[in-house]
Design a binder for this molecule. Sequence first.
Ligand SMILES: NC(=O)c1ccc[n+]([C@@H]2O[C@H](COP(=O)([O-])OP(=O)(O)OC[C@H]3O[C@@H](n4cnc5c(N)ncnc54)[C@H](OP(=O)(O)O)[C@@H]3O)[C@@H](O)[C@H]2O)c1
Length: 264
Amino acid sequence: MQWRGKNVVITGASRGIGRSLALELARRGARMILTARSRPELESVAELTRSLGADTVVVASDVSAADSASEVVAAAAGQLGGVDVLVNNAGVGLRASVDQLARADLERVLAVNLLGPIAYIQAALPHFRRQGSGLIINLSSLAGLMPVPHLGGYCATKHALVVLSRCLRAELREAGIRVMLVHPGAVDTDFRHHSLGSPFPSVPGRSRVSAEQVAVAIARAAEDGRDEVFVRPLDRVLLATARLLPRRRDRILLRRYGRTGVRP
Ligand SMILES: NC(=O)c1ccc[n+]([C@@H]2O[C@H](COP(=O)([O-])OP(=O)(O)OC[C@H]3O[C@@H](n4cnc5c(N)ncnc54)[C@H](OP(=O)(O)O)[C@@H]3O)[C@@H](O)[C@H]2O)c1
């Protein structure tokens, strides 16, 4: 798939990975609807994408609100003339041991990380089916593929998104609509600072990729028609090793994520 001329909906586009993806796709010739809750941040991203030549529409919206998906997708259809790609990127973290999970926090991460993407998929699918093509890109995480102690609530939402995306891919295989899953490891964004629950520990020496690296990996993987995206080849190796050595994995991750965190 080529990005030039494609109409792309990006949720969570006000900062982090969503912002970098908007800029990367603007350079590749896409047109876009950017959404997140904070309008001023969205407008400053839109200023940059427009300066790169991309038609850009901004809709401030909370993905967990009942009418968010239908409003945003209708804006794409009405103002850009259609929707070709949906990127479910908006997400929120939650750090708490399972016995300390607060129901309200859990409901919030489920609403943003799982129910929001489902609603956006359901809103976009009629457009994709009518045109016989479309691409759904869901941002999961390595934490959706392996257990991370103290991130159980977050892992559960991302694991659910992984399984849901793979079911959807099978359902849509004959319809010409693709479903791509992205599994980043740690990314250098403000994600941890916006997470619910207790503060994330800072992990000295932990290697993080940049949001720009994730954006380039997503853009290229879509062009290459890939289904599952690991940002670094090393991430696949880490995952395979973690599966082979589950007790060692648990010890290492518990040392890393069980430490006391500090709110910046
Ligand atoms: N950073 C990492 O280490 C990492 C690793 C693996 C996977 N991921 C995943 O990658 C995605 C992007 O993460 P990021 O690192 O870019 O995080 P981030 O910097 O915190 O950005 C999150 C984006 O989502 C938006 N958002 C949050 N809640 C929302 C809501 N209720 N409605 C609409 N928009 C909402 C935020 O905008 P507003 O606050 O303006 O609404 C922001 O644009 C997430 O799905 C995350 O789970 C991140």
